[in-house]
Design a protein around this ligand. Structure first.
Ligand code: GLA
Length: 379
């Protein structure tokens, strides 16, 4: 497909093609920037890149989704305030150059089927895809985790969105039929097999994540404040990762109600991830589903990042036969839910959730029955 589009735009066949998947997070939400644990999976929806080298220092990029082209020079990479979709490509290219990798000019097209602003990490896929593109085009020997960090830096510093590392990590290092258990403190990770008698069903509320960025920043600050206040009670804590439930209870009087609840979400969510990985290994999917449900409640009530639409999707989902667990996924304030559903019930489940959501709110949801897939830089 992408080869064909490249041919359409440039009238030639590309030298390289790479695919970077979107992701869904099974459990471990708003824990990554607290040095905690996450359990995402890469999905079978991707942003695809095709390209060829040029003899000069010009990079020409065509976005299929925006049906627009931009051009930039590798010697002077600036942010583009008009074609903001190109900043992910620019940022990654700039930081590779800054790290001493001399890139060459290139003609590139990219596009795919990860919906934008839906909480499925289309921007991380563009960043990781760009990194994978340069790696393939120039045959660079680059460590995938180095590229993951560079992709996140592009999002944090060049684009200016203060995300954690989960999305870039899973887009790069996902594995077919597996989720990825990641420790966001030391970046050690392990692939955890997913059984194929259950399906991951993603329900897209269709509501763009309007408040996501500003509220995300507020949560980030609240977590830092909670850590500072817990530390002031004499506990040696660097991040909420270090806080045990017992620590939190004994520091409770030092925290405002809001900071206490924010911290309680993160502390309890880290425990849920650890248990989820254990029960997944033991094949106890019922318990895994209960943990997903508890995660949603905690995000809704303590962390307050859910929305009416996400809550309705979850409520409707939990009434359907074959569902094991349902929760919002990603940053929140719109976007998607993730549901674990017995394979034989998955199709009916997807239909019933769309119907129930429409009946309750008059809105149209989209559903994707996903397969856990290979990352762009998986070895
Ligand atoms: C967004 C961010 C991630 C992570 C999630 C919440 O997807 O990009 O780093 O913080 O929100 O878990």
């Amino acid at each position: 497909m992408i080869e064909m589009f490249f041919h359409k735009v440039y009238g030639a066949t590309p030298d390289v093609v790479v695919h970077a998947p979107g992701r869904v997070n099974l459990i471990g939400e708003h824990t990554d920037y607290n040095e905690g644990f996450v359990l995402p999976a890469a999905i079978d929806r991707s942003i695809d890149f095709a390209g060829r080298m040029r003899a000069d220092r010009v990079v020409q990029v065509h976005s299929l989704d925006f049906d627009a082209s931009v051009e930039f020079n590798l010697d002077d990479i600036q942010k583009d305030s008009k074609n903001t979709w190109s900043n992910y490509v620019r940022g990654v290219s700039k930081y590779l150059e800054e790290d001493g990798y001399r890139l060459s000019g290139a003609d590139m097209v990219f596009g795919g089927d990860v919906p934008r602003e839906a909480g499925l990490s289309s921007s991380a896929a563009v960043e990781v895809g760009t990194a994978a593109f340069w790696k393939a085009l120039l045959r660079l020997e680059l460590d995938p985790v180095y590229l993951v960090k560079l992709a996140r830096k592009a999002e944090n510093q060049f684009v200016g969105v203060p995300c954690g590392i989960m999305d870039q990590f899973i887009s790069a290092l996902g594995r077919e039929h597996h989720a990825l258990f990641l420790d966001c403190r030391d970046l050690s990770y392990r692939h955890v097999p997913l059984r194929d008698d259950v399906k991951i069903v993603v329900c897209n509320s269709g509501v763009k994540r309007a408040l996501a960025q500003s509220e995300y920043e507020v949560r980030l600050k609240q977590c830092r404040q909670a850590v500072a206040q817990i530390a002031s009670t004499g506990r040696a804590v660097q991040s909420l990762r270090d806080v045990t439930p017992a620590d939190l209870e004994s520091a409770r009087s030092a925290l405002s109600d809001i900071l206490y609840r924010r911290a309680r979400h993160v502390v309890s969510e880290n425990h849920r991830v650890l248990e989820a990985v254990k029960v997944l290994g033991a094949g106890d999917l019922e318990r895994f589903g209960e943990l997903m449900n508890a995660s949603h409640e905690s995000l809704r009530d303590d962390y307050e990042v859910s929305s009416k639409e996400l809550d309705v999707l979850v409520e409707v989902a939990r009434k359907q036969p074959g569902v094991l667990g349902a929760r919002m996924t990603g940053a929140g304030f719109g976007g998607c839910t993730v549901n674990l559903v017995r394979q034989e019930a998955a199709e009916d489940f997807a239909e019933a959730v769309c119907r129930g959501y429409h009946d309750a709110l008059g809105l149209r949801a989209e559903t994707y029955i996903c397969k856990a897939s290979q990352g762009a830089l998986s070895i």
